[in-house]
Write a protein that binds this ligand. Structure first.
Ligand code: LP5
Ligand code: MN
Length: 245
């Protein structure tokens, strides 16, 4: 049966080989049979530039490349943790970098896809930080720093972010419903697919009296989370991690 797959928030890192193994298995066993694979951000725990020599980056690029070679195109939207993934990695992975949001056609039904962090507009501190770190000249400068410096800066931001999250209410870190409705109206769609909040679910909404749907992908901390969309409908699936021998 034809299907299009969506994943997000894998947070791949060298410290979690179990997640990497589950991801590579998903690429070999599932992704290659799909019409397309969309990665909606936070594939990596963090990224400090494509020039980082890492075995993990090489493995991921090669898995994506093999998938697209076998006929399944791979599309990537940046998350708040891997927005420094650039054109060089995309080329190595044979994947297409998409802008931060995009309307795609899913078997005749248009859907708006994004990472989801831009919907969390009540998190003012984060939105300010986000705007600053997207300045092209700041990224240009950052990429010219030695890798060790960049790693230190990333560690600093990660620490500050983790501390500031402790003081934020869960509601502030979730999507703003008015912003969800605004985006659905603006893009003239009734389906929104995103990740980021790590609160998987399928939410049926009513926008101006018309039915709409918001699908949230789950993270890959304890199991895989995959959205499969086919002409028959949508299914939010999980993939158990294999027991370590
Ligand atoms: O991802 P999650 O759920 O843990 O938290 C996010 C928000 N936090 C972040 C920070 C990232 O996790 C850090 C990733 C590091 C990437 C590499 C750095 C490359 C830098 C390149 C610069 C050009 O996204 C968190 C949200 C939460 O989601 C829920 O939505 O609340 O946001 C914060 O906690 C942010 C704080 O509110 C503010 C942090 C200020 C940091 C100040 C650093 C100054 C910038 C300097 C730039 C060089
Ligand atoms: Mn995120």
């Amino acid at each position: 049966m034809p299907c299009t797959l969506f994943i997000a928030d894998l947070h791949l890192s060298s410290g979690r080989p179990d997640i990497t193994a589950a991801f590579l298995r998903f690429m070999r066993e599932d992704a290659v049979h799909a019409d397309a694979l969309y990665v909606l951000g936070d594939l990596f725990e963090f990224s400090i530039g494509d020039d980082e020599p890492s075995e993990l980056n090489r493995q991921v690029a090669s898995a994506f490349h093999a998938c697209s070679e076998r006929g399944t195109p791979v599309y990537f939207i940046h998350g708040n943790r891997d927005f420094m993934v650039g054109r060089r990695f995309a080329r190595q992975a044979g994947m297409t970098l998409l802008p931060e949001q995009r309307v795609v056609d899913l078997y005749g039904r248009p859907a708006l896809i994004m990472h989801g962090d831009t919907l969390c507009i009540d998190d003012a501190g984060y939105q300010r930080y986000r705007r600053i770190t997207r300045w092209p000249w700041l990224q240009w400068l950052f990429l010219r720093l030695p890798l060790r410096f960049r790693l230190n800066i990333a560690d600093g931001i990660r620490g500050k972010s983790a501390r500031s999250k402790q003081d934020k209410m869960m509601q502030v870190m979730d999507v703003n419903q008015a912003e969800v409705a605004r985006q659905l109206r603006l893009n003239e769609v009734d389906l929104l697919i995103h990740g980021h909040t790590h609160r998987p679910g399928i939410h049926d909404l009513s926008i101006d009296g018309r039915p709409a749907r918001r699908i949230v992908l789950g993270d890959w901390y304890t199991q895989g989370s995959v959205l499969s969309v086919s002409p028959q409908g949508v299914e939010l699936q999980s993939r158990a991690f294999k027991e370590q021998p």
